[in-house]
Design a protein around this ligand. Sequence first.
Ligand code: SAM
Length: 274
Amino acid sequence: MTLDQLPPLRDTLAEHGLLAKKSFGQHFLLDLNITRKIARLAQVGPGDHVIEVGPGPGGLTRALLETGARVTAVEADPRFAPLLEELSAASGGALTLRLEDALTTNETEVAGGVPAHMVSNLPYNVGTPLLIKWLTGAFTPASMTLMFQKEVADRVAAEPGSDAYGRLSVIAQATSHAQVVMDVPARAFTPPPKVASAVVRLTPLAERPEAPRLDALQTITAAAFGQRRKMLRSSLKALGGGDLCEAAGVPPEARAETIDIEGFLALADTWRLR
Ligand code: SAM
């Protein structure tokens, strides 16, 4: 069997007797028109290596393989292994399966020195920790095309001054260009989740801040947004308060949600080097 001879995803799930499990955050995309659109947004093709977290029944995986890309799929639920092995055979071996928790995956080892693109319809329960890992960890993806709950997607791409602007926006945008590229209604999933979803595309900056700067940025943003309605001189009190703000060139009376990425990087650098 080849990729274009595979049965519809619903039939494949029925044949393997598979139902979605809540504990794994399973909401499947069974419409190949949608998964093909996500694969197009990911801008991958022949010669590219994609790491997909949570292939599940393999709808997005099929679309990624159709582009000609090589895919390593990381799945925590072993029930999907037989179905994914069939997909690997249909792809002529372009799909490699790793049955493990993506939070502990060593992406550097998986990538093997070649750039890798992350493309995933992320499980809601671990979406944000996985994104933080890829934004700040030892491995930097070539690009990330990721489905989140809409509210999380909006936070990733939010601009200063908006309600959605917070820690995640600062960490994402200090390390990448981030943009919401597709809205997906809840009814597109089987079973439908309670909320709408959206796809975010992130392209890491050529000059990503080094680990010590990112650590400091995490400390500053945790304090500043932990008390987001307070002035920075109070919310950052334990880290230097008004003096820190003045040394960084940031108004001590400002609130966290009005400070742009450069302002937060200045605060982080000043705090770190004091
Ligand atoms: N990609 C499939 C699709 O679009 O239909 C499934 C997406 S579903 C939202 C999330 C998938 O991630 C499920 O297959 C689930 O078993 C898997 N998953 C959940 N937690 C995981 C983890 N920690 N590591 C790897 N996979 C995980």
